[in-house]
Design a protein around this ligand. Structure first.
Ligand code: URA
Length: 261
């Protein structure tokens, strides 16, 4: 492949190339020059010395345990955000532009749990700002709720299971969900909403260890000790507009629950 030398590149080209690589899933820069590993001389295997090998002491890192300790030590939302930003055990962090922590009013009665940031959220550092997020805002508006509302009665607070964008928007892996779950738990405990809305399968898997959103949606359940309503994800509704009818009935169920509580 012909390469473009740095001196021939202007800032915009360099940025476009870098963004393209990030889109392709490149998440780490390991050296300045490319290495063609097919062209390297084959090394002869090293002769084994006649000595017993020194024992290798491996320290197992329990990433969930480290997350649990970091999350439990956070006494406020700001401290939780800092603890998450300092957490180094999730590889998604390396490919992401921003930590996407939350949006909305932390005094809201309703807390929405989504899946993970997409490209727009990664750029802005705020959850649900792309097309799915705009649909979410319209859905909430239809029952008198808004992320920008100051009154807790009319407000929502929004976060995701994962705070970093998975490459190419792939599904989060079970180990990534498990690793970040202590932060989600602590997030819910600090916000203390009255109800949770679980947007899509990943949120249901994290909060209830259940999948099958098309069966779960619309039926109130319990998650993190709170009433929780699974709903189809707005990204799904964009692909399957006929499912909006059921989503509307779920929104009415949310409205009714808020009036009952
Ligand atoms: N989808 C999500 O689940 N969360 C976001 O923040 C954006 C899209």
């Amino acid at each position: 492949m012909e390469s473009t030398q740095p001196q021939e590149m202007d800032w915009h080209l360099a940025r476009a190339l870098l963004e393209w690589q990030v889109e392709m899933g490149v998440d780490e820069c390991i050296s300045d020059e490319p290495v063609d590993r097919f062209d390297l001389p084959v090394e002869a295997p090293k002769a084994r010395r006649n000595q017993p090998e020194a024992p290798v002491v491996r320290q197992e890192i329990d990433a969930s345990d480290i997350a649990r300790q970091a999350a439990q030590g956070a006494a406020s939302l700001e401290a939780l955000r800092e603890a998450m930003a300092a957490y180094e055990h999730c590889d998604l962090k390396r490919g992401a532009r921003n930590l996407v922590f939350s949006d909305g009013n932390p005094k809201a009665r309703v807390m929405i749990l989504g899946e993970a940031p997409g490209r727009d959220e990664d750029r802005e550092g705020r959850p649900f700002v792309g097309r799915a997020g705009q649909l979410l805002d319209r859905m909430l508006g239809a029952i008198g709720l808004a992320r920008g509302a100051e009154e807790p009665e009319e407000a929502v607070y929004i976060t995701n299971v994962l705070p970093w964008r998975p490459p190419q928007n792939r599904d989060p892996k079970p180990e990534e969900i498990a690793m970040m779950l202590p932060f989600v738990q602590r997030h819910v405990a600090l916000v203390q909403p009255q109800v949770l809305v679980l947007m899509g399968n990943i949120a249901c898997q994290a909060a209830m260890n259940k999948r099958g959103i098309l069966k779960l949606r619309g039926t109130w359940a319990q998650a993190f000790g709170l009433p929780a309503l699974p709903m189809t994800h707005p990204a799904y509704l964009l692909r399957q507009p006929q499912a909006k009818r059921e989503a509307w009935s779920d929104l009415l169920s949310l409205r009714a629950k808020l009036e009952d509580l």
